[in-house]
Design a protein around this ligand. Structure first.
Ligand SMILES: Nc1ncnc2c1ncn2[C@@H]1O[C@H](COP(=O)(O)OP(=O)(O)OP(=O)(O)O)[C@@H](O)[C@H]1O
Ligand SMILES: [Mg+2]
Length: 262
């Protein structure tokens, strides 16, 4: 567990805010995230979870406050530079190449990680190891059977799995998943969530996960952060946060039944 006081956070936000017109979508959020920990961010629809991710990854500019990567201020840096510094984000299908096959999509990510650029056609035959690594990631998300399917023809749940494979292939230190299991069938959900947990444990990644399914949250989270109306209203161990009055009132609506495992 990476919450010891002497360890440096891999990612921090300080009073991070963004305002859209008169609406403050993320309101002075201060939090530290550590390697080897999985933080689940929960909150009602419109609470600002996705917007917070956009501020961290650089898709949106902060109105005020700051984003730090390993203590270095990246608030004025663009998304591309933040990616190079190790912030990785699954983009809900917008970063897939629909006319390429599943394996080609993952291979591009492996190749990009390997620093070889995107001129892949010319070196296809000489880079069997890139393909082998891509196949490895496909196996990890249980997509090997779809290897040669054109991505545009994949069912939605498989596209989401592919997205996870691509993010894994890019090997960022900080991984952000925004509802990665949305649109997946019930039997696919554990495959992806187990994988996210394994990556966190084996590779000492800093994982931020937005997830609505409360059983999942309870199972995976080392820590839970709760956003309501853009404001961080709770941050702590799952058991404490789930039982806190503010969460039960503001988010869960009804009191949680007491769990023996607490
Ligand atoms: N680009 C934008 N321009 C204007 N308002 C925006 C923009 N992006 C988000 N918002 C607003 O900011 C608020 C937070 O939205 P956000 O999508 O971050 O919520 P969320 O917690 O991810 O919700 P959900 O659980 O539904 O995904 C909402 O009121 C939304 O309408
Ligand atoms: Mg969202």
């Amino acid at each position: 567990m990476g919450t010891s006081a002497e360890q440096q956070p891999s990612l921090s936000t300080r009073d991070l805010s963004i305002r859209f017109g008169g609406h403050v979508a993320v309101n002075a959020v201060t939090a530290d995230f550590y390697p080897g920990t999985l933080t689940v961010i929960v909150g009602p629809n419109g609470a600002g979870k996705t917007t917070y991710f956009n501020l961290v990854s650089g898709q949106l500019p902060a109105t005020s406050g700051s984003v730090l990567v390993r203590g270095a201020d990246v608030t004025r840096d663009g998304a591309a530079r933040r990616t190079r510094l190790g912030i990785g984000r699954a983009f809900q299908l917008t970063n897939l190449f629909p006319n390429l096959t599943v394996i080609e999509n993952v291979r591009l990510a492996v190749q990009s990680r390997a620093g070889l650029g995107l001129n892949f056609l010319s070196i296809w035959s000489s880079h069997k190891e890139l393909v082998a690594r891509a196949e490895h990631y496909l196996e990890r998300v249980a997509l090997a059977g779809r290897r040669d399917t054109r991505v545009g023809a994949l069912p939605h749940g498989d596209q989401r799995k592919l997205e996870v494979a691509i993010l894994l292939a890019l090997e960022p230190d900080i991984m952000m998943f925004d509802e990665p299991t949305a649109g997946m069938s019930v039997d696919e959900v554990p495959v992806v969530l187990d994988l996210i947990q394994k990556v966190k444990d084996e590779r000492n990644k800093t994982v931020l996960l937005v997830e609505h399914k409360m059983d999942v949250v309870r199972q995976l989270a080392d820590r839970i952060v709760v956003l309501v109306n853009g404001t961080l209203v709770a941050d702590g161990k799952p058991v404490e946060v789930m039982q806190s009055k503010i969460v039960q009132e503001a988010y869960l609506g009804t009191p949680e039944p007491q769990h023996a495992q607490a």
